[in-house]
Design a protein around this ligand. Sequence first.
Ligand SMILES: Nc1ncnc2c1ncn2[C@@H]1O[C@H](COP(=O)(O)OP(=O)(O)OP(=O)(O)O)[C@@H](O)[C@H]1O
Ligand SMILES: [Mg+2]
Length: 377
Amino acid sequence: MIDYLRHHLGAKLLLSYLAIILVGVVTLILASQFVLPVTFNHHMLGMGTMNGMMGGQTAGNSGVMSTLYTDFRASFNEALIYAALAATIVAVALSIYLSRSVIAPVHAMSIATQNIADGHYDKRVQIQGEDELAQLATRFNQMAAKLDQVESMRQRLIGDVSHELRTPLTAIKGSMEGLMDGVLPADHETFFQIHAEADRLNRLVDDLQELSRVEAHAYELDLRPVDVSLMVKTVAKRLTPQFESKHIALNLDVEPGLSPAFADEDRAVQVLTNLTGNALQYTPENGKVTISARQINNEILISVHDTGVGIPAEHLQHVFDRFYRVDKSRSRRAGGGSGIGLTIARALVEAQGGKLQVESPGSDMGSTFTFTMKKAP
Ligand SMILES: Nc1ncnc2c1ncn2[C@@H]1O[C@H](COP(=O)(O)OP(=O)(O)OP(=O)(O)O)[C@@H](O)[C@H]1O
Ligand SMILES: [Mg+2]
């Protein structure tokens, strides 16, 4: 019995109602035992005095009074029994109703929690009403949805990473087997290819490490006023040799008197280098890349525009997705990356309170990547 009570909220509720009724009944019994005779006499005496004043016979009435009291007591006790019965029925009904409306949702949530603990992240609870329990159920469902999302992201990430790792590993293994079997010549080109694939693996692992750091916000932002013009010049100077060797013009167009941005300089440089590097990578020889900076209201906008391969409309919204490449074979042939650069860049921009967006009129019509930073106060 005690064990049943300990495990059932409904039984506890019923018991507490019954306890309240019991206390009420006992109080009434005690009152009828000790208080009722006194108050009855007091009231009857009052009536007797009134009768005396009206010329009645008070002394001969004591027998009638005692019968009256006994009858009154009996009807009082009867009423008490009916009241206690009615209260017990209401208590049972109330506890059944509360069991349905309070305990059933809690029970449903407990089952859903168990399901989630067992790894079934798609389970949800039904929401009824708008009270605190309904709010709890809504929050619970939100939490379950988030867990579901994180879990599917994790699974996708593992799938993507193994796929990305497999490609260079297969190439290295193939080349090594070719070398061992004597099918491939042990010359510079073969070693160069193996080295390039190992290098690709290395970059991929570095990028993944950086991505996980950035996505987990496992770094400190050092926000302070940044001279945007100087930053643009620094990035341009660093990349000039690569632009020259590919015969691509790199132009700067920074609004004069531009206010400083409020940003983490190293991270902003990383983003701009990434975007400019992409522009260089996806623009054929003799193309043109322009880095421009301007201010709109309280924001500093930095754009990297190129006259390169462009991005078809259906790919635009995906280029920031992890491992997304518009043309996988082309980026691989060109010694291209793994499709993580823009994911990292967007996360870094957003961490500083800005936005990174892309525009492109279409294939072979160039593209423009623009990111914003807050103006320094
Ligand atoms: N300036 C650009 N012009 C055309 N396409 C671009 C440009 N920048 C990015 N893209 C497309 O977006 C994809 C994702 O870019 P992202 O920088 O994330 O990856 P990546 O350059 O392929 O590799 P990495 O991780 O080494 O940077 C690229 O593969 C490319 O298809
Ligand atoms: Mg890139």
